[in-house]
Write a protein that binds this ligand. Structure first.
Ligand code: PGA
Ligand code: ZN
Length: 424
């Protein structure tokens, strides 16, 4: 049996040019693998803590403390150990930290080690990372999952915290549901993206992109963004509501203040019921089949109202609401909030807890969508996670920018290499 020889971390840069943690685990037989962790901007308040240095270097955003925690504190605890016992390793990492929010060692250091362990174990067993994720799901939960290719949700128009424009809703996404393969889904999405760029140019609107690669023009309303996307779908000779559906991530916590939803771009302030009606109206008018964070993370009354109003015809996804946390998620399910969960492993900080959260979703008929963060790297681990656990959906930005397309490109390779895997 191979054993862990070293765990080494360094500070690297993410897609925003902000420091993040990279970690390499090496085994005694010479096998090694590395990962880089992502970072959010519109973060939920109950996410595990991302440790940052907070001094003048890198404007306070350095991660040298997290790096040091791996090299000097975590590494010695695992030298000579079996790298295949993922749950045991994660539990020990959590114990070593000892806090609920992973604030002592930092979720960025714990997650980096947790993920690097998965990668090195898969490499050592000479199996694909996605098959390894299927295997450890069974080890951790006792349940089985069937690998499949996920339907992508591509964010092609950006607002909110991810762009410097006047659009309040953070993400306008397309879902190429009518595509019969992953590569067709990507081709259609890419054509729509390029047609959207041409339409924006024709209308003298900006074609600069936001953090996740979507365009970020100034527009008069959220509805105008939807209309532009529909126009670009038609220009691509595709049909909205048949080939392509729409999804929104409101990231509503970012514009909820004093019990009102402030749509500054449209000059509107709405209470929970009015905002739920605003969203229900959009769902009735346009082929929107998924809305993420339609309500503020603490507006549970609003969430319940929204779920009762449109939950039967629209996927309602809890991101900031559930923060990939098994306990918070279970409480939300018990309260009847939403019907789907966004899965971001850095919100909780270990692969074992991420898998447990997905298992809770499976057991309760909630859909899971594996997701990137707005701050990403070329790391493609989430592509394998989505495939291996057969969640059926992935959200990883526009078909543009290497940090986003790295995941789509990995999925294109998986599709080509494994012809028995199907989309959705
Ligand atoms: P974040 O945004 O990574 O900045 O949190 C992504 C999202 O809200 O889904
Ligand atoms: Zn979100």
């Amino acid at each position: 049996m191979s054993t862990i020889k070293s765990i080494k971390a360094i500070q690297v840069l993410d897609s925003r040019g902000v420091p993040t943690v990279a970690c390499r685990v090496s085994l005694d037989n010479g096998t090694s693998a590395e990962v880089k962790v992502p970072s959010g901007a519109s973060t939920g308040s109950k996410e595990a803590l991302e440790l940052r240095d907070g001094e003048s270097i890198f404007l306070g955003k350095g991660v040298m403390r997290a790096v040091k925690n791996i090299n000097t504190f975590i590494q010695p605890a695992f030298i000579g150990r079996n790298p295949f016992e993922q749950e045991k390793i994660d539990n020990e990492l959590i114990l070593l930290d000892g806090t609920d929010s992973k604030s002592k060692l930092g979720a960025n250091s714990i997650l980096a080690v947790s993920l690097a362990m998965c990668r090195v174990a898969a490499k050592d067993k000479k199996i694909s990372l996605f098959n390894h994720f299927s295997n450890i799901y069974k080890d951790i939960t006792g349940n089985t999952v069937k690998p499949s290719l996920p339907m992508p949700m591509l964010n092609i128009l950006n607002g909110g915290e991810h762009a410097d424009n006047n659009i309040d809703i953070q993400e306008f996404m397309i879902i190429p549901k009518g595509a019969s393969s992953f590569s067709e889904a990507i081709r259609w999405s890419s054509e729509i993206y390029w047609n959207l760029k041409n339409i924006l140019k024709e209308k003298d609107l900006a074609t600069a992109v936001g953090d996740e690669g979507g365009f970020a023009p100034n527009l008069n309303s959220n509805e105008d963004a939807i209309k532009l996307i529909i126009e670009s779908i038609e220009k691509s000779n595709l049909e909205a509501g048949k080939d392509i559906f729409l999804a929104l991530d409101c990231a509503a916590s970012e514009f909820y203040k004093n019990e009102s939803y402030h749509l500054v771009g449209e000059g509107k302030s709405l209470d929970s019921e009015q905002f739920a009606n605003y969203l229900a109206d959009l769902v009735n008018k346009y082929p929107i089949i998924s809305i993420e964070d339609g309500m503020d993370e603490d507006d549970l009354v609003g969430w319940k109202l929204l779920t009762e109003k449109i939950g039967s015809k629209c996927q309602l996804v809890g991101d900031d609401l559930f923060v990939t946390n098994p306990k918070i998620f279970q409480d939300g399910i018990d309260a009847g909030l939403a019907n789907a969960i966004l899965i971001k492993f850095n919100q909780i900080g270990s692969i074992t807890e991420t898998i447990k959260t997905i298992d809770i979703a499976n057991l309760n008929n909630y859909a899971s969508i594996v997701s990137h963060r707005s701050g990403e790297t070329e790391d493609t681990t989430i592509a394998d996670l989505a495939v291996g656990l057969g969640v059926g959906q992935i959200k990883t930005g526009a078909p543009c920018r290497s940090d986003r397309v790295a995941k789509y490109n990995r999925l294109l390779w998986i599709e080509d290499d494994y012809s028995d895997l199907h989309i959705g």
